[in-house]
Design a binder for this molecule. Sequence first.
Ligand code: ADP
Length: 404
Amino acid sequence: MKILVLNAGSSSHKSCLFDLSQGAEDATPQPLWRAALDWTHQQGKVELSASGAGESIQQVLPIADKAEGLEAMVKTLVEGPTQVLESLSDIDAVGHRVVHGGREYIDSVRIDNQVKAAIQRLIPLAPAHNPANLQGIEAMEGILGHVPQVAVFDTAFHARMPEAAATYPGPYAWIEQGIRRYGFHGISHQYVAQRAADLMGQDIASLKILTCHLGNGCSLAAVKNGVCVDTTMGFTPLDGLMMGSRSGSVDPGILIYLMRQEGYTADQLDQLLNKESGLKGLSGRSNDMRAVAEAMEQGDAQAKLAIEVFIHRLRREMGAMIASLGGLDGVVFTAGMGENSPPLWQQACEPFEFLGLQLKPDLSRTKDDQDIAAADSAVRVLVVHTQEEWAIAQACHDLLQQAT
Ligand code: ADP
């Protein structure tokens, strides 16, 4: 079964083609083809990159329309040096990352008009993402015709959280309004928790795992017996940890203060909290941890403070997730910062030494997933490279297999 995966964002799209003909047992297979579209660099133009059949291409095309861009991207599957398919009809299914599935969708689902209407209805809950996801689905319908399409939701893994973890302590009416903790990065948290259990050689159904997705966006999940019982992102992806340019949780009273005293509008607060806060806001330099860490090494006090606040908040929220788990068998680090930063692993784990958690003395990043805990550590600590596209392909495969 050949599955095309599409992760459509507001200004960039990523896509992979996987061949699951051999079954879905292989831990982390490489895609046959991979491509990306990026509209952020040049007005009215798109940068297309693709790799397949051992070749890579990069082009700048005069295309502003997203559907047209996707068509050009998909063509590289069947034409030119990156060709890996004879015909687009060789694609058996398309799996889409859809950011918000609301309360309706707690599992992956075959896309039909009803599902599309729900993704549309949920746009107010994910204004930056769901419109792009829907556009991606409709563009693929236009390009590929009636091939089965599957929505894999980033919220779904968190949908079985206990009500106490999902409910905000506002007025009861919030519940009816759908104001609750949804959680995000679910595809990644689910994949890395399962992968960690596999690496530990144990059944996920008997493990308490804390997963730390630390990329530009950052979130934690408490995974108990395979079910997410708590997570740091909430009604929106702004809640919880400090991130690249997002503040994470702040006292809501600050927002009331800014509105009253400084006349901030909703759009200005949105910009401030999502784009001008976090590592970028505090350091005054960059949302990229590498740049902030470099500045700190050169003696920049603001960069040092930014990293100290990041670590403090990370540890504090890790502690909260461990309380929700009621124990700890494994910690998993994933995404850009989580996969690559030995100092971050050390600083994040240090407060939990009292639980018997011990890291190996010499840590370095590797291409492979690794266990970085000392042999006699009471808690395993794993660095897992997240494979969201592969997880989407697998979910798509499993759903379609069940249906046959
Ligand atoms: P996204 O959420 O956009 O997919 P990524 O998962 O690629 O983001 O993570 C981006 C973050 O990872 C950036 O803050 C970047 O600095 C950080 N990062 C990448 N490599 C390293 C590294 N070697 N050391 C520290 N941080 C890193």
